[in-house]
Write a protein that binds this ligand. Structure first.
Ligand SMILES: [Zn+2]
Length: 234
């Protein structure tokens, strides 16, 4: 099963989508990094301003190492922005900053999919580590029970990737709304830039979710689930 052509046939759409999404995220980000904000605000300033306006003055905004490493930490109550997002006064910077604030607002609102995703993090990261090992050993020693156990752990990963989708789309929706309502995005061109940057980033999550769903499908096909168990010896 290590060099199984069927794996690549089934995963091809997800691989293409993921590659396209990664390319599109980088190029959209670069494109709108050259467009200065009309307000002259940096990503960090926008994040601070939005957080204060949404009653989240206790949430810190800090610079973070790495490219596109931006995230919100619900435990530490920190919006962490990669350096270009933190310091730049560009459309890309404020789009990403506002998106991360969107997660902080979800946290404050106790938005259910976010709570579910945070709860799923330890299970999903454990699942992604052990599932492949269990499945590989299961196929090697022809133990259907072990394969099913691996698939069960892998299902936690699939579930996590799927719950991530509404969380990410909702954070971007909140970001666009807040930027427009508070007058940080001043015209249609700026709004368009924010949308393009955030929509491209959202596709990377769709790619990841599709990858995990199709991987699950591959395991089930290899297990012979769709042919009455006759492929078990493969
Ligand atoms: Zn996000």
């Amino acid at each position: 099963m290590f060099f199984d052509p069927l794996y690549f046939v089934i995963l091809a759409p997800a691989m293409l989508l993921s590659a396209w999404a990664a390319w599109s995220t980088r190029s959209r980000f670069a494109e709108w990094s050259d467009v200065p904000t009309a307000t002259g605000m940096s990503g960090a300033e926008v994040a601070r301003y939005l957080l204060d306006r949404f009653g989240l003055s206790h949430v810190r905004v800090v610079p973070h190492e790495g490219v596109l490493s931006d995230h919100y930490d619900p435990k530490e109550k920190e919006v962490r922005l990669s350096e270009s997002v933190f310091y730049d006064r560009s459309i890309s910077a404020i789009a990403v900053a506002a998106h991360e604030v969107g997660h902080a607002i979800q946290d404050k609102d106790q938005y259910a999919p976010l709570a579910l995703r945070n709860a799923a993090v330890p299970v999903a990261s454990f699942g992604s580590n052990v599932s492949f090992i269990l499945i590989a050993i299961g196929f090697a020693i022809a133990s259907v029970q072990l394969i099913w156990l691996g698939i069960l752990f892998f299902s936690a990963v699939v579930l996590f990737q799927i719950i991530t989708l509404p969380v990410e789309f909702d954070a971007s929706r909140r970001a666009k709304e807040a930027l427009a309502k508070l007058g940080i995005v001043t015209d249609r061109r700026e709004a368009e830039g924010v949308s393009k940057v955030l929509n491209a980033a959202a596709m990377t999550y769709v790619g990841a979710a599709l990858t995990s769903v199709l991987t699950l499908l591959y395991y089930l096909i290899r297990l012979g689930v769709f042919s009455g168990g006759r492929n078990e010896e493969e």
